[in-house]
Ligand binder design. Sequence first.
Ligand SMILES: Nc1ncnc2c1ncn2[C@@H]1O[C@H](COP(=O)(O)OP(=O)(O)OP(=O)(O)O)[C@@H](O)[C@H]1O
Length: 271
Amino acid sequence: MAGEAVSDVLRCEDVSREFGALRAVDGVTLSVARGARHALIGPNGAGKSTLLRLVAGGLPVSGGRIHLGDVDVTRAPEARRAWLGIGQTFQQSSLFGSQTVADNVALAVQRRRGRPWLPVPHRRPAWAARVDELLARVGLADRAGDPADALSYAECRQLEVAVALAAEPRLLLLDEPAAGMSTAGTARLLDLLRALPDDITVVFVEHDLDLVFELATVVTVLHLGKVLMSGTPAEVRASADVQRAYLGTARRADLFITEPSPGGDHVTTRP
Ligand SMILES: Nc1ncnc2c1ncn2[C@@H]1O[C@H](COP(=O)(O)OP(=O)(O)OP(=O)(O)O)[C@@H](O)[C@H]1O
């Protein structure tokens, strides 16, 4: 319906992706509301990263449809989707290590302003101001002149967010943004993501369930390529189905606590 298309930034309808005989994503239907911080969680191999790649356009779907707002982007190439407003960070770094922190962002700003062919970062005042603003947003203003190679792992992830934001996305896809981070790095990342404006909708894949439950407004749980459930963080933490999906994995099954009751399994969450 037209009304739904306006309020949802992203809609996946019956989206599937096969790798040979494996259905990595199996009939996923999902709506992401404007301004949401929408987490995708699930055990290893559930299909989370594949779904992100299908949305970003890095992989074609085997079936189903993907809408960005009211535009059907199912067959659109990745660059077109980026132009339409899908930004992303990757599990693998996409930074230029020998370029400065500021120049990494400047190149991304240049791409957005339609000058991707300029061989070196161009120093137009308006673009430089945008670079400064983005570096301040991700907490790297004081590292602007350092080569990206000199950044810590956590700072690299912060810089990748700045590069993604330079493309002015309305939908930002983050694949395991906290992977490999220290507690302090994760806390900084959480602050950074919390401070993003509401007109940027965020969909993120994350194994750190503490981060998920701190940040997410909606959580979708994938299991064996299918949506097991979508709900608020509280609903997901209280779900016996979700707990069962996580049991037997090393991933924070302790967040979901089963208390035996006369009526059968009863799941509560940690206070
Ligand atoms: N390019 C590929 N070729 C073949 N199989 C793939 C490919 N990419 C992913 N898969 C398989 O698809 C399934 C889903 O993988 P995916 O990476 O999407 O899971 P995930 O939920 O992100 O897992 P993790 O949490 O471990 O990153 C897995 O069984 C994986 O081995």
